[in-house]
Design a binder for this molecule. Structure first.
Ligand SMILES: [Zn+2]
Length: 133
């Protein structure tokens, strides 16, 4: 997994279905696209001006906007941006990426799963998002 694919908001673009999809002109991920954060940059001045590179470094962390996208991803995908950010803050990026790889590797084919789907995008094996954490 590539560390530059972890977005300021805590989204891990390595696990995004759009970034991984080989059949579409893929997204390169929030940081490589230089969009700061797809979810928050349009709303956050500090991210837009690149004053901070992760939301956890902000004095307002976790702000209302982050909490909003957090609850949406919690519900829809059983995925937590804030848990990711807290983990990165405490244990560092390398440890975070190891944990993500452990959680999101397909048991059937060994490739990366996505947080957006209940099937492996590479081999189609079922992998219940709700039970992944
Ligand atoms: Zn697979």
């Amino acid at each position: 997994m590539r560390r530059e694919l972890v977005a300021p908001c805590g989204m891990n673009c390595n696990l995004c279905s759009w970034v991984q999809d080989p059949t579409k002109p893929g997204c390169k991920g929030c940081r490589p696209r230089n969009r700061g954060c797809t979810h928050l940059k349009g709303l956050c001045e500090k991210l837009a001006l690149q004053e901070i590179d992760f939301c956890y470094k902000c004095e307002s962390y976790p702000c209302e906007r982050l909490l909003h996208v957090e609850s949406r991803y919690n519900r829809a995908h059983n995925y937590s941006f804030i848990e990711n950010l807290d983990y990165i803050k405490k244990r560092g990026m390398a440890a975070f990426l190891r944990r993500e790889a452990k959680r999101y590797t397909c048991e059937e084919c060994g490739k990366l799963l996505t947080i957006h789907n209940d099937r492996c995008p590479h081999c189609g094996a079922r992998c219940d998002r709700k039970r992944r954490r």
